[in-house]
Design a protein around this ligand. Structure first.
Ligand code: BJW
Length: 235
């Protein structure tokens, strides 16, 4: 395995599946049970806020009980032991990367354990249920508190920092993501254009697998630790 200096790892729902959290597009995933237009768009929230609060309240309660699996832990170990830079960009709104020890981490689709005030823009740590009548601790106004997650039609967080990291990386790894949702789905092309080696680590070949130069398929809790061992020269 060549020595890579700067590694960007994009993670998706498949990484947290073995921690008991649902993916979106698998046959038993969230979008098989909920219409994404009703629960993951600003228009759906405006139409039926109660449904959206309940969707996220349930997932927050369940997510708080989840524990990182060997895939999350291996990525934290990579960051600790790799002599170069490792940046994890996660589409996941759970807190499992932090719980495993990752520090150089971007939550591009927000975080379940935060609330966003749509009136003043403040983001506040939040582990309780959310509802329409809550008061924002920053602006003391009620009626604006919503989950701090990025819905369809909204702009993901920290895109400039991600673009710069993709431009500079020499290895790009995508873990447990179907590659259906932009702009994350375009990161492999950006990394490739910048000259990086690209790898898909996924349960099965994603629809976008042919965009990668290398693939390893299997459960993340198994293949991520093995791939990290190889990168660190232990495998
Ligand atoms: C395992 C496993 C195991 C299972 N081990 N693997 C046409 C072209 C381009 C863009 C668009 C377009 N039409 C519309 C758009 C825009 C839209 C979009 O991409 N739509 C597509 C559906 C086409 N995108 C947006 O609106 C985004 N914003 C945007 O584009 O802003 C404009 C803009 C951008 C940039 C510059 C300027 C302007 C926002 C997208 C927000 C997505 N939000 C959600 C919800 C977040 C909150 C929440 O969690 O509820 O994010 S949707 C959902 O999908 C969630 C996820 O983060 C995201 C990605 O899903 P992910 O992680 O890939 O999960 P799955 O289920 O799809 O895949 C799981 C994979 O794991 C599978 O492959 C399994 O095989 C695998 N797996 N078990 C390993 N054990």
């Amino acid at each position: 395995m060549p020595q890579f200096q700067r590694i960007v790892v994009l993670t998706g729902a498949g990484l947290s599946a073995e921690s008991g959290l649902s993916t979106f597009r698998d046959k038993d995933g969230l979008w098989a049970r909920y219409d994404y237009r009703e629960v993951a768009t600003p228009e759906g929230f405006a139409r039926n806020p109660e449904l959206v609060y309940e969707f996220y309240n349930q997932r927050r309660r369940h997510g708080l009980e989840a524990k990182p699996n060997p895939g999350h832990k291996a990525l934290a170990r990579l960051e600790r032991q790799h002599p170069g830079e490792v940046l994890v960009v996660t589409q996941n709104v759970d807190g499992l990367h932090e719980a495993a020890g990752s520090q150089n981490l971007i939550h591009m689709h927000g975080q379940m354990a935060q609330a966003l005030c749509s009136l003043c823009g403040a983001r506040t740590p939040w582990v309780e249920d959310l509802s329409a009548d809550l008061i924002c601790p920053s602006c003391a106004t009620h009626g604006g508190m919503r989950p701090d997650v990025v819905w369809f039609g909204e702009i993901p967080y920290e895109l400039e920092r991600i673009a710069a990291a993709l431009q500079e990386c020499d290895l790009f790894i995508a873990v447990g993501t179907s590659g259906n949702v932009y702009p994350a789905a375009g990161f492999v092309a950006a990394a490739r254009e910048a000259g990086a080696h690209t790898v898909e680590l996924n349960l099965e070949p994603s629809e976008r697998a042919s965009r990668f130069a290398e693939w390893v398929h299997g459960p993340a809790s198994l293949i991520v630790p093995l791939y990290v061992d190889k990168l660190l020269g232990d495998g």
